[in-house]
Design a protein around this ligand. Structure first.
Ligand SMILES: Cc1cc2nc3c(=O)[nH]c(=O)nc-3n(C[C@H](O)[C@H](O)[C@H](O)COP(=O)(O)O)c2cc1C
Length: 163
């Protein structure tokens, strides 16, 4: 879903993928300060802080968010730059209702700004999909286009433009 979103996005939307979530140490508030902050956590904060929007898609494990992803979010909780971060959530319209609700609750608690008009649910029908098979389906392309347009219109609002 993330890959299909990226392929359909206009050239002025650029994407950075954070591939090292698995390298983050487990969150420890005692290390959550300027001098002791682990390098991986600092790098994660830098990547998120540099982005205008965080695009999220997550599986659900045992009716919850994946522990690794919640851990990554925990490293952002006390980052002042995260408050007000614009978030777009792409979800699969099958299962994972607990994780979606939990994700929204966590993000709200972290004072993130979920862009609901751009956060869409795709009726994939199967786990056996890839970027090409998503892009081959008109209904899925339409939903992703709607999400991209909603995101663009959010950023045309003067109060969201970067200073
Ligand atoms: C250990 C484990 C627990 C899972 N628990 C749930 C669950 O509670 N709810 C759900 O909708 N999917 C659950 N899934 C499915 C995953 O969210 C996800 O759809 C699946 O792992 C992706 O499938 P793939 O291997 O075909 O990519 C679980 C998968 C695994 C491996």
């Amino acid at each position: 879903m993330l890959g299909a979103f990226e392929r359909l996005a206009p050239a002025e939307m650029t994407f950075e993928h954070f591939e090292r979530m698995g390298d983050l140490p487990h969150f420890n508030p005692d290390l959550d300060n300027g001098t002791a902050l682990p390098n991986e956590a600092a790098e994660w904060r830098r990547a998120v802080g540099a982005a205008d929007v965080m695009l999220i898609s997550t599986p659900e494990y045992a009716h919850g968010l994946p522990g690794s992803f919640k851990n990554a979010l925990d490293w952002l909780v006390s980052d002042p730059a995260f408050a007000g971060k614009c978030i777009v959530i792409l979800s699969a319209a099958r299962g994972s209702t607990w994780a979606q609700e939990s994700l929204r609750e966590v993000l709200r608690t972290m004072s993130a700004r979920i862009i609901e008009d751009a956060s869409v649910s795709l009726p994939l029908g199967s786990n056996k999909v890839d970027v090409e098979s998503i892009l081959a389906q008109d209904d899925l392309r339409t939903i992703l286009h709607r999400s991209i347009q909603a995101l663009q219109s959010e950023f045309n609002k003067p109060d969201l433009l970067q200073s």
